[in-house]
Every structure is written in structure tokens, then in C-alpha cells.
Design a protein. Structure first.
Length: 200
């Protein structure tokens, strides 16, 4: 009696291509995703990060300029006050050219410190670095004290005084005309100082 044996040849007559199609689809998706990520990276760099960096740099420059402007504004905030004070004290005595003197604040400060505390001022004339101050009636001791103060002021290169008697009965009462050379005159934009001993 013959025994039935299994066939040595494969009996499957069809092939499964689904697995290969899925693998190819996955590879294609991965490649497309990598390409998309590279494109997205460059897009973000060009369209987002670089413009943002420019905006931040422009904002930083603006803040620096604004800070400089505020500091400059603060440093000149009292100019109108100084000008008004100067005009109130000496403005009525000066011509338009004299009022335009660039050393206005310095001259004002010097007169306020060296002369006005000791004697009333009647008239002031300014021509470049030459200042003439006519005072009201005072005594010789005060005149001598003012001359000494003016001559020892580092802002003055030279100071002297001419006196005139203000009383027929009291020789000590005089009016004084102080002649001052202001030291901080400008030449070619540079500040110059001249040291000269004052007269009597």
C-alpha cells in the first residue's frame, strides 16, 4: 500500500506586494518630511529670525539715541532760566551783538560772584572778551576788595578799575568803572587763557 507524502514543490501561486508598497511609501514620506524640515528651517531663518534680529537691532539703536537725546535735553534744560536771569540782570545794558556773546553764562556767573554782592551795577558793556562794569556809589575799601576779587578769579585774564569821586564832601565815596579781560575767549574753537596782572 502506498503512503501519501507531502509535495516537495511550493503550492503558493501568488505574491504579496503590499508590504513592499508600504515600505516605499514610508521612505518617500520620510524623504519629503526631511526636505520640508530643511525648507522650513531656511524659511524661518529668512522670514522670521533675520527680520526679528534687524528689528531688535533697530530698537536698540533707537533706545541709545533716545537716551542720548534725553541726557542732552536734561543738560540744557536750564538754558532758558539762565538766559532769562542774564537778561534780567544785564540784558538791558547790552546791544544785540553783546547779547549774542557765547560766554554769556560764564560772564553772568563771574559778575554775580565778583561784583554784584558788593555794589549795585549801573551799566555793563561787553565787546568780545572785554567787559566794562560801571557801578553805583560805593567806598574805596569796597572798590579795592572787588578789584582784588576780580584779579584772583581764574576766569579773568586782567582786571583794573578807574574811580571817580561821587561826593564833594566825602572823598571815600566813589563810582567805579571796572575794566576786565575775560580769559575764556575762543580762537579757532579752542579756549585760551591769558595770565596778566591787573592794574590798580
Amino acid at each position: 500500500m502506498f503512503r501519501k507524502t507531502a509535495s516537495a514543490y511550493p503550492t503558493k501561486t501568488d505574491m504579496n506586494f503590499v508590504h513592499d508598497d508600504v515600505a516605499r511609501s514610508n521612505r518617500r514620506a520620510i524623504i519629503l518630511f526631511v526636505i520640508f524640515m530643511i525648507f522650513l528651517f531656511f524659511f524661518v531663518q529668512v522670514a522670521v529670525i533675520m527680520p526679528m534680529n534687524k528689528i531688535m537691532q533697530a530698537e536698540s539703536e533707537y533706545n541709545q539715541l533716545n537716551e542720548s537725546y534725553l541726557k542732552l535735553q536734561e543738560s540744557t534744560s536750564n538754558y532758558q532760566e539762565v538766559q532769562a536771569e542774564y537778561d534780567e540782570i544785564v540784558g538791558s545794558y547790552l546791544t544785540d551783538d553783546e547779547k549774542a556773546c557765547l560766554n554769556r553764562p560764564d560772564i553772568l556767573k563771574m559778575i554775580e560772584i565778583d561784583v554784584i554782592p558788593f555794589v549795585p551795577v549801573k551799566n555793563i558793556t561787553v565787546s568780545k572778551d572785554q567787559i566794562s562794569i560801571m557801578t553805583d556809589t560805593t567806598d574805596l575799601y569796597t572798590v579795592s576788595k572787588i578789584v582784588h576779587t576780580l584779579q584772583n578769579d581764574a576766569e579773568n585774564a586782567y582786571a583794573t578799575v578807574i574811580t571817580a569821586s561821587a561826593s564833594d564832601t566825602d572823598d571815600s565815596l566813589v563810582t567805579a568803572n571796572f575794566q576786565i579781560t575775560f580769559a575764556s575767549s575762543t580762537t579757532d574753537g579752542q579756549s585760551t587763557m591769558t595770565n596778566t596782572e591787573g592794574g590798580e
